[in-house]
Design a binder for this molecule. Structure first.
Ligand SMILES: NC(=O)c1ccc[n+]([C@@H]2O[C@H](COP(=O)([O-])OP(=O)(O)OC[C@H]3O[C@@H](n4cnc5c(N)ncnc54)[C@H](OP(=O)(O)O)[C@@H]3O)[C@@H](O)[C@H]2O)c1
Length: 232
């Protein structure tokens, strides 16, 4: 059975990844900050008791990441999905209105955590068959695409994680691990809001389609959910 570890699996895009991979027969290591409050995820796990296990993980907490990697030391992971993310606001949207503490926290979650996860889980992934790390980024982190300004915190944290994953792709190529970035589209979730252009179902179906086709030759690429390449 193929195995995926998903961060922020309790709602939004992470929950939809869990649903679709479970329906497809995968084993899911579903991570979230507060399992006891994650009703939708617990309900899903109860539907797939042989496939889904729920694990406590605040990705800003390196000790927790380390502890989880040790707890799962005997497991192979085919696919790590660094999905957990924050869009701090409203402070940080516009010039002169920046919450610097929120910026530091966003960097911990959006930028540093994907690298820490890769460092702690590289051995598990090396033992998997597919050996893929997907980091969910955003088109808002594309420098080339920025023609509206603002959103300093979110944009910079996603641009920075793009660079993290580019280096990761180069560094992990020799051990056969593929690391890519995917922009999920503007999705109707708590983060994307009700005006988002696509549903979680459409977004995740598109991203799963990419995941099913990529190989080591694609490592370091910045995809949109529909398979297009986004300029840096
Ligand atoms: N929705 C969009 O339009 C859109 C567009 C571009 C990129 N993205 C990216 O897609 C990813 C998922 O976003 P979404 O739309 O599903 O957002 P969401 O509905 O707000 O969900 C965010 C998820 O991240 C988790 N999370 C936040 N901080 C965490 C932490 N410190 N440790 C562990 N988990 C944490 C949340 O858990 P809690 O419930 O515990 O807070 C939740 O599960 C993010 O990386 C986001 O930046 C989304």
């Amino acid at each position: 059975m193929r195995t995926t570890l998903i961060t922020g699996a309790n709602r939004g895009i992470g929950l939809e990844f869990s649903k679709q991979f479970a329906a497809d027969g995968w084993r899911i290591l579903a991570c979230c900050r507060y399992p006891e409050k994650s009703d939708a995820l617990n309900k899903l796990a109860a539907m797939y008791p042989d496939q889904i296990t729920v694990h406590t993980l605040d990705v800003a907490n390196h000790e927790q990441i380390n502890r989880l990697a040790q707890t799962l030391a005997s497991k192979s992971i085919d696919l790590l999905i660094n999905n957990a993310g924050v869009y701090p606001g409203p402070m940080g949207y516009s010039f002169g209105d920046t919450d610097y503490e929120a910026w530091a926290q966003a960097f911990l979650i959006n930028t540093m955590a994907p690298l820490r996860m890769a460092e702690e889980f590289a051995d598990h992934i090396k033992r998997g068959n597919q050996k893929i790390i997907v980091t969910i980024t955003s088109k808002m982190g594309s420098v080339a695409d920025n023609n509206r300004g603002g959103s300093y915190i979110y944009r910079s944290s996603k641009s920075a994680v793009n660079m993290v994953v580019k280096s990761l792709a180069i560094d992990l190529k020799s051990i056969g691990i593929t690391a890519v970035l995917i922009h999920p589209g503007w999705v109707r979730t708590d983060m994307g809001g009700p005006d988002g252009l696509i549903s979680t179902k459409q977004s995740v179906s598109g991203m799963r389609n990419i995941i099913s086709q990529i190989s080591l030759a694609d490592s370091g690429k910045f995809f949109a959910y529909d398979g297009q390449i986004i300029p840096w």
